[in-house]
Design a protein around this ligand. Structure first.
Ligand SMILES: [Zn+2]
Length: 219
């Protein structure tokens, strides 16, 4: 089914209408009592990855989380076996991309500069097909925060502190180091941190809805 905005345009033609929830007579919402973003092919997901470092060419993904808007969190984490067999994040890059393809819109914080290029680099390295341009839209809240707020630093942490959004956890540097070596307890802690980040990302997105503007860039 193709959903249409109040001007009878598609999500590709009038993304801003979808961002503002201006759908045709709100018919699709009324009929089922469900918002448009729960329709197959229209899902919104909040993405965040945790990595062993900042450079996709040499570092690797430790955990990933995608939270479906208003729904559950999907995740995966690297294992000791992935590391000891030198396959590193190949398996979880695949599971992440498979899950990513179920979403139409991916919301991140600085994801267009970090998470997405990092993931693309890992996928290319392993010969895993990455979603083609135009398939998934991204919505990077970093740019919203940077342009609409005045903070000491334009981080997810500062934005959440301003709005009283709780849940940002801190992971000790030693824990990061052990997680990158496959230590199960440390990886669990990193994953918990990752889960909280997508939860607060969704909250931040909802709180900043007054500034909501579709950034029509695709991955
Ligand atoms: Zn429209």
């Amino acid at each position: 089914m193709t959903l249409r905005c109040k001007h009878r345009h598609t999500i590709d033609e009038h993304p801003a209408c979808f961002a503002n929830n201006d759908l045709a007579e709100r018919r699709y919402v009324k009929d089922t009592g469900k918002p448009w973003y729960t329709y197959p092919g229209y899902k919104i997901g909040y993405l965040d990855i945790e990595t062993s470092g900042l450079i996709g060419e040499k570092d690797y993904i430790l955990t990933w989380c995608i939270k479906e808007k208003g729904g559950e969190i999907f995740s995966d984490k690297i294992t000791k076996r992935d590391i000891s067999t030198y396959r590193l994040d190949k398996r979880i890059v695949k599971t992440l991309i498979d899950k990513l393809c179920e979403f139409r819109i991916i919301v991140t914080y600085y994801g267009t500069k970090f998470d997405i290029p990092f993931l693309r680099t890992r996928a290319l390295k392993f010969g895993i097909t990455f979603p083609t341009y135009g398939h998934i839209y991204t919505w990077d809240l970093y740019y919203t925060v940077r342009s609409k707020l005045s903070l000491t630093r334009n981080t997810l942490e500062r934005a959440c502190a301003l709005l009283g959004i709780e849940g940002k956890t801190h992971v000790d540097l030693n824990v990061w180091q052990l997680a990158a070596l496959g230590d199960e307890k440390s990886l669990k802690e990193v994953l918990t941190h990752n889960e909280y980040d997508v939860i607060i990302l969704e909250e931040l997105h909802d709180r900043l809805s007054f500034t909501r503007k579709w950034i029509k860039s695709s991955i």
